[in-house]
Design a binder for this molecule. Sequence first.
Ligand code: SF4
Ligand code: SF4
Length: 315
Amino acid sequence: MEYRALGRTGLVVSRLCFGALTIGPLHANLSLSAGAGIIRRALEGGVNFIDTAESYDTYAYIRAALEGWDRPVVLATKSYAYTAAGMARSLEVARRELGRDVIEVFLLHEMESEHTLRGHREALEYLLAARARGLVRAVGISTHTVAGVRAAAREPEIDVIHPLFNCAGVGIRDGTADDMLSAIREAHGVGKGIYAMKALAGGHLIPRAEEALRYVLARPEIASVAVGMQSAAEVEFNLAIAGGRSVDPELRARLAEQRRRLHVEDWCQGCGQCVERCPHGALSLVGGRAAVDPGRCLLCGYCASACAHFCLKVV
Ligand code: SF4
Ligand code: SF4
């Protein structure tokens, strides 16, 4: 495994970051021991960086995986809090539930523009004070927009940016993959630590997983890539790609056999854009939300780009 400096934070992270969302209750809902075991396998393979969020509800898995693990691990988490009191609560929850005095990276979750960043100023100020007290090492934002990356790049106190980036541009709400890459370059140029998310576009690029992952890993501006993993086979696959090795054909075949489904996130707005986009009549609106007919869904991923809220994922 190769390791890179995360901007100017002083943190050094593995190129592959364990994205903890998929093991938890919002996606695969694995048992505590199964989820922790998958994280542990990634750590044994050289991963030293785990990404989560308060809303993912996965702190218990991470804590269990780190029990007895004696090598340093960088933890990144995020909160939607926008007030100082809310962020104080989020930081305390993270420290208590993860069993850590210091959280290495704390992010404002989903900052979409300069305007949203301004609206979260109190929470950001709280994190900056926590950094000064040594309770967090680095402060930043996660974002699905080019505008979010640009706004954070202009903010001198922000250390880390966690942008959505993949070769197809799926999920980028205000531009193309090229637009995002140009913003990432700008942010990297002013010293921000960058680690990307959704390299596989929420599962939609799984049929081209190797090419999609290599595409993001090939960007020198991106220190690490967070990838959701919910099985030992997926961990092995991602470790091979991040390590620059070829993938064992038997492993490739095993992954191809893994059963997948289209998942609609809770925050679906019921706008119906995805229903119009699906060429196979697999989506409809039921009770104000998108619903999938698994018998018709071919997991082609076309619907994902129609959703401005990134609600549709192949899991
Ligand atoms: S993945 Fe493809 S077939 Fe399935 S709902 Fe989306 S567009 Fe339709
Ligand atoms: S496009 Fe997104 S928000 Fe709109 S109905 Fe479909 S899943 Fe829900």
